[in-house]
Design a protein around this ligand. Structure first.
Ligand SMILES: N[C@@H](CCC(=O)O)C(=O)O
Ligand SMILES: NCCCC(=O)O
Length: 256
């Protein structure tokens, strides 16, 4: 039987009717299951003891994107405007968990909200409405358009000279187009994070976690979309998979 890493994905909590549901978007599950390893969904119970007990089961953690925003109190931001979609359960699950993951050396990949969570968890701050700031692009997806239009490439990103991504791509091409479906973005980068890519307006689009021994990476765009076709997605998920396999083998050696 093929040996595959196990990848934990913390859930969002969404209200459907009278009830709360713990859920992860299918496109994340498909991309991780097909490109990285076997997915297990982690309920957003905000129970750090339970997460600690589950950690031995996983070889990597994937923080997905979400329509919800991180509650601004986590980074000293102004109160969220009336009607902002928040997900306090997810905040209380992932934000305290992230530093633990890095300390334990567990490979960690964040996408969009996941990037924002890593930045906030390590002490960074967010712009809540990037499109309202003079000089910044509007990074939101176009309203009332098909999914294909909304997840289409929207702007270039510039890979930094020392970026891991250029290493993974094994190329000296530094400009790529990515999709863009977010209204928030990095305002101050947390200590211990290094910029990997930026948008034309200077907004940080990817960073690496310096202290992560095997893999700590996050992107503001959505690599799960057409994950098997986009060179950036293929490179990111391949590097994540290899790191998770390395972590799995390391754990097996330690346990004998
Ligand atoms: N809701 C956050 C994250 C978006 C996402 O994860 O797709 C934002 O708009 O910036
Ligand atoms: N910014 C909305 C996109 C959410 C998602 O693709 O999960």
């Amino acid at each position: 039987m093929q040996v595959r890493p196990v990848i934990g994905i913390p859930c969002d909590v969404k209200q459907i009717g009278k009830w709360d549901f713990h859920a992860v978007g299918d496109k994340y599950i498909q991309a991780v299951q097909k490109s990285v390893g076997d997915v297990i969904l982690l309920p957003a119970l905000a129970d750090q003891d339970a997460l600690q007990r589950l950690l031995p089961l996983v070889d990597g953690i994937f923080l997905s994107g979400s329509y919800s925003n991180i509650e601004p109190c986590w980074y000293g931001g102004d109160n969220a405007r009336e009607g902002t979609l928040l997900d306090k359960a997810r905040d209380h699950t992932t934000l305290p968990f992230i530093r633990k993951l890095i300390d334990e050396g567990i490979p960690l990949l964040g996408v969009c909200r996941g990037l924002q969570e890593i930045n906030v968890a390590l002490g960074g701050k967010l712009h809540q409405y990037v499109h309202e700031i003079p000089g910044f692009l509007d990074h939101r997806e176009p309203d009332n358009q098909s999914i294909e239009v909304q997840y289409a490439d929207a702007h270039p990103v510039h890979l930094h000279d020392d970026s891991l991504l250029m290493l993974w791509l094994a190329t000296n091409q530094q400009q790529y187009s990515v999709n863009s479906l977010h209204q928030q973005g990095v305002k101050t980068l947390a200590p211990g994070l290094s910029i990997e890519a930026t948008a034309p307006d200077g907004l940080i689009e990817a960073f690496r976690i310096d202290a992560a021994p095997l893999f700590g990476y996050a992107v503001q765009w959505h690599p799960e979309w057409l994950y098997g076709q986009k060179p950036l997605s293929i490179a990111i998920f391949k590097a994540f998979r290899e790191a998770c396999m390395q972590y799995k083998l390391h754990k097996q050696k330690e346990s004998f």
